[in-house]
Design a protein around this ligand. Sequence first.
Ligand code: FE2
Length: 384
Amino acid sequence: MFDMTWTGRVRFGAGVSAQVGELLRSLGAERVVVVTDENMERLGTADRICAHLEAAEVHSCVFAGVEPEPSVETTDAVAELAREHDCQAVVGLGGGSCMDVAKAVSILITNQGSAAAYQGQGLVKVPGVPKVMIPTTAGTGSEVTSTAVLSRKGDGFKGSISDDRLRPDYSFLDPELTFTMPPKVTASTGMDALVHALEGYTGRQASPFSDLFAREALTRIGKWLRIATWNGKDLEARSEMLLASFYAGVTLANAGVGACHALAYPLGGSFGVGHGCCNALMLPYVVRYNVPARSDRYAQAAAWLGLGTEGWPDREAALACAEGLEDLVEDLSLPRKLSALKAGIEEKHFDALAEVALGMADFLENNPRPLDKKACIVLYKEAF
Ligand SMILES: [Fe+2]
């Protein structure tokens, strides 16, 4: 038995973001808020999207101040702006942070109070206004999922609003918008997508439905991530990676993630290391730890990633998967050791980091092999 969830409508292809105005107009929206960041403003992407909106007589107000680890406070401020301007729809333009804030703003326009009141599972009472996502990175999966991760400046708490009502209504996947991503962002967001697909495929909640998407994501990432990273203007590589991110997002939405995400989260929360970067770093160690529990699935993943292990015994192929991932991280010039991050992480922090990781109970329960605090600390030590 399995339960599958799908996303809203998705339009994919070079140049499709130009159609966003028409779509919003057809929904009857006359005023929308565009939620984005400084980068999109500086690169002129926000202006281009606003011009497409204006051409369809949809008026926009732009909030270009979303920060990398977006906060409840920022989200509340954007919701206030959207209410003041009587916005009837929300456009999330950028990476996962911008899309997460946009999704939360959509439900705050119609529900009272602060985003903090909705952090948790299924707390949203009234459906939000239509939300349209336009990702400009390829990896977070936020264009598909029904969660928004927000931190609180006051007490440093970082938690998700997780509710079906957060699921995007429309996503415009336009690979041309990912041309501007620098190599490091391409590499780290692409690795995040890889981890979504691999943790979903090897996790306890994997289903025949999520497996389909995991396979398609891993096959594409294995073939195209290096090319997209080092040849950013290659349209085919950018298209395949954007599609892979979408497929990995469907896997994530249906099958969840595992120990790699649990161990990566506190590195982002306490030391500000980028989400994809932490995941890429921790992944080979987590895979080696998990091999005894699901060598069959890691062996299959190795074949999909193009590691040439077809016909090998499962255990050897699964261990080759960990090695192949290390080579990939190296080829992408991402850090392979915590000590190389220059983020101030020291061995004395491992106990507290493991404590936070253990708090990510959903992730750990989905991991194929159980982890206790000692196992978390051992993995941090190996990765140091
Ligand atoms: Fe992730």
